[in-house]
Design a protein around this ligand. Structure first.
Ligand SMILES: N[C@@H](CCC(=O)N[C@@H](CS)C(=O)NCC(=O)O)C(=O)O
Length: 217
């Protein structure tokens, strides 16, 4: 098999890449990062040790967004996750940056703070992260008032990230009822078969969610 994805099913960034793979039914080998050996392989490929990492015929591709761009270029399928029109593609990439920087980054800050030793926790940083999530939900609510998917009518790269990031963001800092468009969008993402599959594959790991996984989704 030419494609190997170094990943863990419970990781949001891995789910982002998995959604793209599942959307186009691209065959790949899932290298589960579950032991010292697999983690050593990852470190040899990418010393920063962040995942997912894709290996395609020996070529190492890092960063979930770039993995999805790589798949579009080298393994295209019926679902175009980067639109042909560069102006629409720019909107897709803009929303993709939004979900990485202003939803996932603060969400991870809150979770990683919880697994630090108590003396090393950063309540000021966590409060900032919660404020950023509130602002992000507010902005996104206005955008999603008129859109089915993040960048418009077509499911795209931006939705691949939005799905896991809003999934875990809601577990971390609940999306309030006043953000009804964001909540409805999160439900649409949960109903998308590619993401529903990723969520199901991650179910066995829910007990490891540092803040405690809610009994839903
Ligand atoms: N910018 C990276 C972020 C990847 C990332 O943060 N992955 C997490 C898993 S969701 C990770 O590698 N965590 C391991 C660690 O922080 O040591 C991307 O877009 O792929």
């Amino acid at each position: 098999m030419s494609l190997t994805l170094y990943a863990h099913p419970f990781s949001s960034y891995c789910q982002k890449a998995l959604v793209a793979l599942y959307e186009n039914a691209i065959p790949f080998h899932f290298r589960l990062l579950a032991d010292a050996e697999s983690v050593a392989e990852l470190a040899a490929l990418w010393p920063l040790k962040r995942f997912p990492v894709l290996v395609d015929e020996g070529r190492v591709v890092v960063e979930a967004s770039i993995i999805i761009e790589h798949l579009q270029l080298h393994h295209p399928g019926p679902v175009r996750l980067l639109p042909e029109d560069p102006r629409v593609a720019l909107e897709v990439r803009s929303l993709d940056r939004f979900f990485d920087n202003y939803v996932s980054t603060p969400q991870q800050k809150i979770v990683f703070d919880r697994i630090r030793p108590e003396a090393d926790r950063d309540p000021y940083g966590v409060a900032e992260a919660r404020a950023m999530l509130e602002a992000a939900y507010g902005w996104l609510d206005g955008v999603m008032a008129k859109r089915e998917w993040a960048a418009g009518a077509q499911f795209s790269l931006a939705d691949c990230g939005a799905a896991p990031f809003l999934f875990y963001a809601d577990w971390t800092h609940e999306i309030a009822a006043r953000f009804a468009n964001v909540r409805a969008y999160r439900q649409r993402l949960l109903a998308r078969p590619s993401f529903a599959r990723a969520v199901d594959e991650a179910r066995p790991y829910r007990k490891y969610f540092p803040l405690g996984a809610p009994d839903r989704d």
